[in-house]
Design a protein around this ligand. Structure first.
Ligand code: GDP
Ligand code: MG
Length: 242
């Protein structure tokens, strides 16, 4: 059975470098403004039937930029078998915001802690096992530039893809927000099916127009959802998306 591995991460964390290493292709590395935003697909070297997809660089799964729209449409609609989330080892905290959003989609996520050579050069000591336990997510340290860790990464990715376990544990918000999310989930469940349930619920809470449209909710349900969101916003004196 064919397997697809999607590379997702912030801009400049090494996705294209890794894609080129994994597939043997020569996509342009580095920033090039104005270029058409699209995902690129190649075949994993020496692994027939395993496709690797280089997604545009993104900071979140909000639909604010073309890159975000392309990446999330791909993840939502093509559902790859595993997401390899590149996290810049010299900038972990900022990169993990996207990680929490990728988990919500529900597909298996494997973290490639890339640019590990840079972190080591900076003298940073990263306890990978501890980080992996804390996040409850498998992590493989890599240096895409030097081709390090890529064998282990591919083995883990293929194993996770074959196992096909969906992620069911997510970052939790405050009890008040979680209560609102539960109510929204119950309202959209008949229209949403089981896939991407957490992602869709959180996005509906953020009033994400595209996700709401895709669900095709009745006016009655939209009204009920709006009331739930408003109640939270009043309690926190803040917008739901923040
Ligand atoms: P993308 O925007 O995520 O596709 O990132 P690129 O693949 O274009 O890489 C951005 C820059 O980081 C390029 O100059 C790469 O050569 C460099 N780079 C990528 N991976 C690594 C790595 O593991 N170690 C080091 N030192 N540099 C890397
Ligand atoms: Mg790139």
């Amino acid at each position: 059975m064919p397997i697809s591995i999607a590379l997702a991460g912030n801009p400049n964390c090494g996705k294209t470098t890794m894609f080129n290493m994994l597939t043997g292709s020569r996509q342009y590395v580095g920033n090039r403004p104005g270029v058409t935003v699209e995902q690129k697909t190649g075949q994993l070297r020496n692994h027939k039937g395993v496709a690797v997809v280089d997604l545009p660089g993104i900071y979140s799964l909000s639909p604010y930029t073309m890159e975000e729209v392309v990446a999330r449409d791909y993840l939502q609609k093509q559902h790859p078998d595993v997401i390899v989330n590149l996290v810049d080892a010299s900038n972990i905290e900022r990169n993990l915001y996207l990680t929490t959003q990728l988990w919500e989609i529900g597909l298996p996520v494997l973290i490639a802690l890339n640019m590990i050579d840079v972190a080591e050069k900076n003298g940073d000591k990263i306890d990978v096992d501890k980080l992996s336990r804390l996040l409850d997510c498998e992590i493989v340290p890599t240096s895409a530039l030097h081709g390090e860790g890529l064998g282990t990464l591919c083995e883990s990715a293929i194993r996770m893809a074959k196992r096909g376990e969906t992620r069911t544990h997510f970052c939790r918000f405050s009890p008040l927000v979680e209560a609102a999310l539960s109510k929204i989930a119950a309202l959209i469940a008949p229209d949403a099916g089981t896939l991407h349930m957490r992602y869709r619920t959180v996005k509906v809470f953020e009033r994400d127009k595209k996700v709401m449209e895709d669900l095709g909710l009745s006016a009655e349900k939209r009204g009920a959802i709006e009331a739930i969101i408003k109640k939270c916003e009043t309690a926190y004196d803040d917008d739901s998306d923040s």
